[in-house]
Design a protein around this ligand. Sequence first.
Ligand SMILES: NC(=O)c1ccc[n+]([C@@H]2O[C@H](COP(=O)([O-])OP(=O)(O)OC[C@H]3O[C@@H](n4cnc5c(N)ncnc54)[C@H](OP(=O)(O)O)[C@@H]3O)[C@@H](O)[C@H]2O)c1
Length: 252
Amino acid sequence: MRDALGAVQSVLVLGGNSDIALAIVDRLVEGRTRKVVLAVRRPESAQSTIDRLTAAGVAAEAIAFDALRTEEHSRILGDAFAKAGDFDLVISAFGMLADQDALDADPLYAVTVINANFTGAVTSGLIAADLLRKQGHGTLMMITSIAAVRGRADNFLYGATKAGQDLFSQGLGDSLVGSGVRVVVVRPGFVHTKMTEGLKPAPFATTVDKIADDVIAGFSKGRETIFAPSILRYVFALLIHAPRIIWRRLGG
Ligand SMILES: NC(=O)c1ccc[n+]([C@@H]2O[C@H](COP(=O)([O-])OP(=O)(O)OC[C@H]3O[C@@H](n4cnc5c(N)ncnc54)[C@H](OP(=O)(O)O)[C@@H]3O)[C@@H](O)[C@H]2O)c1
């Protein structure tokens, strides 16, 4: 339960090894967050993070979670909530970035990416929202992407999965008005993380620290949609209306 000052005390991260999510968690821990559960494919892969958080006085643990194993989501999230008592914040951070040429060559690989980024976000998102609604408070933070806003030739499948996740999250948030639960959509631009290692940075590319600052600022202000970096809100307010011929010339 958030404390008397409204600060987040407990967090569940789905895709708990995400560099972006962990930067957000670090900011929260600098505040009043004292309980962190990292849901990851292999719990042992999160051990160094658990050790670091524990050393900082946080009750931290890793649990097994695979976005592709949708049939397990209800049990895993149910158990996590039952054990923790409650969560003030659930961050949905898992995701697969796949090379568009590889996807073009193998449509079944495309299905895997769709299932991880969209189907898995929907099942775990619906379940998390229901658990938050039952406890009567909390925030579901869905990390989508600026790629959700406008399709690009070089990553349109990834963009489509993120657009689906983004629209799902907006509607879910609207459906929860009055329940005490809100959904926050975070749309990062290009961020230097494991996911983008070796890729050519896009304009306005930035670091996880800058993203975390923008996310925490937007979250504190009660924003429902957070562009990170925040300048992308204004850049894409224009780009969304650019004729497609211009958008393609810009690399879209
Ligand atoms: N970096 C960017 O430029 C950027 C831009 C826009 C949006 N995003 C989105 O931001 C989120 C976080 O990405 P990031 O940049 O922090 O990348 P990251 O550090 O690579 O984190 C992505 C995480 O997703 C997890 N994951 C992948 N498939 C999974 C599955 N089937 N089940 C459970 N977990 C799975 C990975 O887990 P393992 O540790 O097990 O491999 C990995 O830790 C993603 O949703 C991404 O699409 C990133």
